[in-house]
Design a protein around this ligand. Sequence first.
Ligand code: TNX
Length: 519
Amino acid sequence: EAVSVADMQIAGFEAARAERSNFTLGVLPQPASVAVASWMARAPVHLKLEGGSVTEKRVVGGVNALARRLFTLRANPFVFVAPEGAVALRLAASATLAAEAYQIDFNGSDIVLTYGTELGLRHGLVTLAQAMMAAREDSGQFAFPFAGRIEDAPRHGWRGSHLDVSRQVYPLADVLRFVDLLAWHKLNRFHWHLTDDEGWRLEIKRLPQLTATGAHTGLDRPILPQLGHGPFGHGIFYTQEEARAVVAHGRAVGVEVMPEVDLPGHCAAAIASLPELVDPDEPESYWSIQGYGNNALNPALDATWTFTRTVLEELLAVFPFEVIHVGGDEVAPEAWLQSPKAQELMARERINGTDGLQAHYLKRVHAFLSAQGRITGGWEEVAHGGGVSPERSLLFAWTLREKTAELAALGYDVVSSPGQTYYLDMVQAGDWNEPGASWAGITPVETSYGYEAQGDDPHLALRLKGIQACIWSEHITSRERFNHQVFPRLSAIAEAAWTPEAMKDFARFSTVAPLMPKA
Ligand code: TNX
């Protein structure tokens, strides 16, 4: 591939070199440490890779492909062949750097990227590519280091985003692009919320009714008027082959995929698909917070366990990531209490109420997943009544720090995702015309950016594994609305997940966030 000699001549960079300290590195999340002695006002168009192992070349190729998918680029950021005078990039593995850590030394026409593992190498390349692209046009604001050093490593190991594909369904290509967007933000976990009352979105080969019926149920279910239920993607589900493609795509860009099937609550679509999941003697007797009647799998039915095991077995075969999320949220407080079979089970096993029944069910799910060598993920309610114990589990806390700290004090590993700060379906302003949810309040981008999930709690210091955004989809009925809800708040959460507190700076963030690609 021919590259322009003019673009590549170091003489040009020397001419453009500007000894200014108030340039911004157009990188998001902001690296842990940036020490730049002098800048190029205009970045090189490409960096020329010198040498490189097969693995390194594969990672470089992956970052080139990622950048090209996300942007319309004239050329790859990293090239293997370039005319004389191109800025050289040398790669060096280091046994002393942590897995995700990297360091970049800028020495004029020579750049050295040192990294811990493939993960760190990819992070470093994304940093370079972002910095080059930001400083491509001479905006006077962004520049590319000429001499200096970046040292970087993530603050949190779990840096995620969830996406609800039940309330709205996104075509496979959009899901793949979403994974790319996560990778570009150095987010490394995709929490794929595959099932809910409004629709079951993953093929289960031994239960074809689940999608034949359950991918089409959402529109004719009773639903509270304030919840959106747009037909965006109605009727769509993902085949297992497509789900595997998402997993493979994630692997290629450094994003692990954690699937969620929401059990035992939020199961209206599943129950509508499979008549054996209904206790025929149970009257319609409870409603979920979102207005669905009798929408929880009944722990007293044999069919419930057969269903659960079938679904989990197929899930395990598709998703290699160790954490499997089983939901566990928002079972109605009166659930099952009028089911004769549930009453029988409660009497026989001395189980107390709905919480006890839910714990009884989740204990079995947890035991099953543990025996398969997996870790059980669940919303924080899975801890209620001792359902899922702290061993081999990971809780997703949707409440604020104080409550999350209580879970940590009980010994649970936690990921923090408070409705008030990280739920991206919440409105961002107090404007009555703004579409979105508001049960957790109003969440401007500053709130997402500034929230500190860990604080100075000693239990959280030990147990907080990271943070994540949640993109609930009830209100997200178009691509425009998706972008409005998700950006720049997802970018804010990405920086909160990566960048040390002392380096967070909302003013700087606000200049860089507009550079991030959207859906
Ligand atoms: C709560 S908190 C839910 C979802 C809704 C969301 C809307 C939690 C785990 N569940 O079912 O979509 O609020 O904001």
